[in-house]
Write a protein that binds this ligand. Sequence first.
Ligand code: TMP
Length: 222
Amino acid sequence: MAAAFITFEGIDGSGKSTQLRMLAGELAQRNLEVVTTREPGGTPLGARLRHALLDAEAEVDPLAELLLYAADRAQHVRTFIRPHLLAGRIVISDRYTDATVAYQGAGRGLPTNLINQVVQLATDGLRPDLTLIFDLGVEQGRLRQTRRTAHGANKADRLDMEDAAFHTRVREAYQEIARAEPERVRIIDAGGTIAETHLRVMRVVELFLAERKSGVGSQESE
Ligand code: TMP
């Protein structure tokens, strides 16, 4: 099986992390070599950057924020993602560059050319083969986050605390990315149950893997 780089994206509360675990479990059962990871925080250095980035008490300037996500990603691409792809594995990452375009670009309003330059520098041009964007209403996402926080499953982080207008810009940016790159990006309706969303994910990923196997639409990861 050829290497593949798959990324999961979506607004906070979209349920993508649960779906990522379910997909990875399903692929591993089929004897595919899968590794899962996330941004920020996919490496030991990244875990420290994640802590700094998401600290609800911290004041972080937008440019500093962009560069910290980029530092996390440079370390991640060079020490984790590329080596696993070169070893022929399927790498599934919970967030990658589209999050920077959506959050720091549309959310914070940093200029597109700056975002593109920084993304290019951090990734050295490594792009996902397939990206799933988990889409649901901002209010629904907030409700899910609030419920999780109330159950102690996670704490509201610095970006969760942004207002609805911020999260609406992020959601719209993701939808725009999907329109602009239909070969790479698929929107997954994340408004239903976990099981329903999982079925939608499996349909898209099975098609993607079958196409890669037969060489239809296959692209190199690098
Ligand atoms: P998570 O809660 O999905 O793990 O993501 C952590 C937060 O970091 C989430 O609110 C989105 C944000 N983020 C950015 O703002 N820019 C980025 O480049 C990445 C990877 C994440």
